[in-house]
Write a new protein. Structure first.
Length: 132
């Protein structure tokens, strides 16, 4: 019974995982412009991969790195840059808090969801292309 309930919860989580609509075009454009990209998530990589498949980007997943702020700092180490050189695009106000804690720049993306409401001083876009 516990295993069945866990599988049911996991399947609902898979269904709730979705990329930004313009992610593939954005990644292609960013690569063409010579910009390095990464996906960070508290979600495990197998969940992300099962939803979208492998992407040719640096990925930092899971809570083994701690919070998203820790993940952002780890990413800065991977890219050998200062955190302030990273632009973190997030779809929730808590993402802004993590970016601030890590010392990165932040852009909020409004996906029309109730959780995508950011403080008025936060730059907000509706398309990833607006970040380029």
């Amino acid at each position: 019974r516990i295993a069945a309930e866990f599988e049911s919860l996991k399947e609902r989580a898979y269904d709730g995982c979705r990329w930004f609509n313009d992610v593939h075009g954005f990644l292609s454009s960013a690569e063409h412009l010579g910009r390095r990209t990464s996906v960070i998530s508290s979600t495990s990589s197998d969940l992300i991969d099962s939803v979208e498949g492998l992407l040719n980007v640096t990925r930092v997943f899971g809570l083994s790195y701690g919070t998203k702020a820790d993940q952002l700092r780890h990413l800065a180490n991977i890219f050998a840059v200062e955190p302030s050189q990273i632009v973190f695009v997030g779809d929730a106000p808590r993402d802004y808090v993590y970016a601030e804690a890590a010392g990165t720049k932040f852009v909020g993306i409004d996906r029309g969801a109730p959780w995508s409401v950011f403080p008025t001083h936060v730059r907000t876009v509706t398309s990833l292309y607006d970040v380029l």
